[in-house]
Ligand binder design. Structure first.
Ligand code: 3HC
Length: 679
């Protein structure tokens, strides 16, 4: 097999070029080619400088993640970079696209870095439960300082070229269309000068002079880092760059890296990396399916959901026509959207031009006819089948042929909705999660007749608007809410049997969910869907509503809330629950937190198994994508299905049996065969 790396001579400069689509990941053949290219440059006296660049869409985007967990094959990246850095001939990294992870470490091993304005640089290893493993944690602080290195290593978001220049990570920003030529000219200008080596830099002394920066960073980012092992290791490694010699620091980095690499957390996060990408693919829809151009989107409903959904498209520069039935609802909706954008701008995450740009492509309307030329119309009205059918019937009449008609329903039958139109092939579910402008998940619901090009189009569009999409078949609650209802069933049953409702919430908080079911009820409003007759009390929820305990907005729901919205368990609610249990004759007992956890989470795994068995999810990892992005399942456990694999499906089944809960044949058979859900 030809090497993905070639070398080209430009006068006295050797250009080492990687051509390994899609992202020039640093797999074994790339590392070998790179090592050979450097050897060639060092061994040839007529070569006086070196430029390293990549073909295709990006500079090296990191180590090849598919090699992780397999026996390492030389040459190793750290050794290759050490040889390169030791050279007295200037070596210049010419960066476009994304220089990430090992790719950024290649750049750090070079003596100079030049980049085009659109390039980004970063060390995102922490998002894979790792830290950089090719001396990135040691070289970076030595050239940009510990303070600037900390967020790059411990949070892992890439930074644009302009920021990289301002912190000293790159030396020059060059022309977008002339990267190689500019890099060669830059390299030539450095011939004969002593080369600067990142490993010898001393910018890291900022962390020695002011060691508080590490605690300050931890304090500022504590919430984001909660439960994750890698960010702490990252901070430790950056600290080591100041307190240890370069060689000792590299050793420290290696120890931390090796420990993380064999951890379940990193395995879970690597699983998630591939899961997210797999979820965007639909098995029976070819990757080259022609897409339906979506230049204009229609939205029906300017409420919280409709407005939030519209903002996704506006922010991505796609014009939106938003329909409401009444003028005041329309004005209220657009007013809220503007306010949300302005709040974002106040926090410095948008400019006021961007706010005006987004609001400027919004067209509010009271006329259905104005949706006629939209390429995609999303309905976000009241969850009622008759209402939805009426809306779709009207859309079918007014919207042009070939346009996609989507429902934001969270549980209604998409096939029934589609049947209200003469074009069921163009009907699809697009289930956004609230707040829709923030939450990452988009559950795409594939109806029986939904066309391949419609699916391919919405999957592509999801990426454009910054969502993570996963496909579900038509079943009540789809993937996410169907599994949630199993958890909620157990939560309700547990408190009837004597478990404290705050213990139920706390068990989920301890698992690192952002919120428990009863806190969630209080936040959303307990009175949602209430019949508003205080004399008719048949459930705990109705009893709470009858007592005016509508949730956080009323200052009391399951919990009592103080002004800072801190929750305290309520005696009134305890007695409401106890009365219900007595009325139903449910015996009361103490229930351990272990039992609570097992009864909340194992039935979800079982439901996930059924969803797979019925073909409602294409793959187990899609279910993980749904729960991580839509319901706050902790990423570092890999999602419910990966998590079940790590604790063992036999243990899940044993737990369900122990608590007398149902076990699907699919799950039981898998467990008995010693199998897993995920690869
Ligand atoms: N290794 C292996 N495969 C990779 C990869 C990597 N580092 N990065 C991307 N890919 C694959 C993806 O799985 C995908 O494959 P598919 O087409 O079969 O699904 C394909 O490349 C294209 O990737 P995306 O769909 O993500 O393409 P985008 O254009 O949306 O994004 C990207 C490109 C920004 C480079 C993004 O892929 C990305 O963030 N990659 C990971 C970067 C990363 O985490 N690097 C650090 C790796 S760990 C490391 O370097 C350790 C070192 O310190 C020793």
């Amino acid at each position: 097999m030809p090497s993905p790396i070639r070398t080209e001579r430009r006068d006295n400069v050797l250009v080492i070029v990687s051509d390994d689509p899609p992202v020039n990941a640093l797999g074994q053949t790339v590392r070998e080619g790179l090592a050979k290219g450097i050897e060639e440059a060092l061994g040839d006296d007529s070569v006086e400088a070196v430029v390293i660049r990549c073909d295709g869409r990006t500079f090296f985007a990191g180590a090849d993640i598919t090699e992780f967990g397999k026996p390492p094959e030389g040459p190793s990246l750290p050794e290759t970079l050490d040889t390169m850095e030791a050279s007295d001939k200037p070596v210049v990294a010419a960066i476009h696209g994304t220089a990430l992870g090992g790719g950024c470490e290649v750049a750090l091993g070079c003596h100079y870095r030049v980049a085009v304005p659109s390039a980004k640089l970063g060390l995102p290893e922490v998002k894979l439960g790792l830290i950089p493993g090719a001396a990135g944690t040691q070289r970076l602080p030595r050239i940009v300082g510990a303070q600037a290195a900390l967020p790059m290593v411990a949070v892992g978001n890439p930074i644009p070229a302009s920021k990289a220049k301002s912190i000293g990570l790159i030396d020059e920003i060059v022309g977008e269309g002339s990267l190689e030529a500019d890099a060669i000219a830059f390299a030539k200008s450095k011939i004969g000068q002593p080369v600067p080596r990142s490993s010898e830099g001393n910018a890291n002394q900022d962390g020695v002079r002011n060691p508080d920066i590490f605690d300050e960073f931890r304090a500022k980012n504590g919430r984001k880092m909660r439960g994750f092992d890698a960010p702490n290791a990252a901070i430790e490694a950056v600290k080591a760059a100041g307190s240890m010699s370069y060689a000792e620091g590299v050793k420290k980095e290696r120890e931390l890296f090796t420990t993380l690499m064999s951890s379940t957390q990193s395995a879970a996060m690597r699983h998630y990396f591939f899961a997210e990408r797999a979820a965007n693919k639909i098995d029976d829809v070819p990757a080259d399916t022609a897409l339906i151009p979506v230049k204009k989107v229609g939205l029906i409903g300017a409420g919280t959901m409709g407005g939030g959904i519209a903002m996704n498209f506006l922010s991505a520069g796609i014009p939106v026509t938003m329909l409401e039935m009444k003028r005041d609802a329309l004005d209220r909706g657009t007013g809220t959207m503007r306010k949300n954008y302005e709040n974002t701008a106040e926090r410095g995450r948008m400019t006021s031009e961007q706010v005006e740009g987004a609001m400027g492509i919004l067209t509010p309307t009271l006329e259905y006819g104005d949706l006629a030329d939209c390429d995609l119309v999303i309905e976000a009205v009241y969850e009622n089948m008759d209402v939805k059918k009426e809306v779709f019937g009207k859309l079918d009449e007014v919207v042009k042929d070939g346009a996609i008609l989507a429902s934001n329903t969270s549980y209604l039958d998409i096939d029934e909705i589609a049947a209200a139109t003469g074009r069921p092939g163009y009907v699809v579910g697009l289930h956004f999660f609230s707040p829709a402008n923030i939450m990452k998940l988009l559950e795409v619901v594939r109806g029986e007749k939904t066309r391949g090009d419609v699916l391919a189009t919405v999957m592509k569009l999801s990426k454009k608007i910054g969502k993570v999409a996963a496909v579900s078949g038509v079943c009540p609650g789809f993937i996410g809410n169907r599994m949630l209802s199993k958890r909620q069933e157990q939560a309700n049953q547990l408190i009837m049997e004597g478990a404290n409702y705050w213990d139920v919430d706390d068990v989920l908080l301890d698992f690192d969910f952002p919120m428990g079911p009863f806190q969630m009820g209080d936040l959303a409003g307990i009175d949602i869907g209430w019949h508003r007759d205080p004399s008719k009390v048949t459930t705990i929820r109705e009893a709470l509503c009858a007592a005016g305990r509508f949730g956080q907005k009323a200052g009391k729901g399951y919990y009592d809330y103080d002004e800072a919205r801190q929750r305290t368990p309520s005696d009134e609610v305890k007695s409401i629950i106890a009365d219900f249990a007595t009325k139903e004759g449910t015996p009361q007992r103490n229930i351990s937190k272990d039992e609570i956890r097992e009864r909340l989470l194992y039935p979800m795994v079982d439901e996930g198994a059924k969803i797979l068995d019925e073909g409602m999810a294409q793959r187990a990892s899609d279910i993980d994508v749904v729960w991580i992005n839509g319901y706050g399942w902790p990423l570092y456990t890999g999602g419910p299905m990966f998590w079940a694999d790590t604790i063992g499906l036999d243990n899940v089944v044993a737990g369900l049996d122990k608590h007398d809960l149902s076990v699907s044949d699919y799950l039981r058979k898998k467990a008995e065969a010693g199998k897993r859900f995920t690869a």
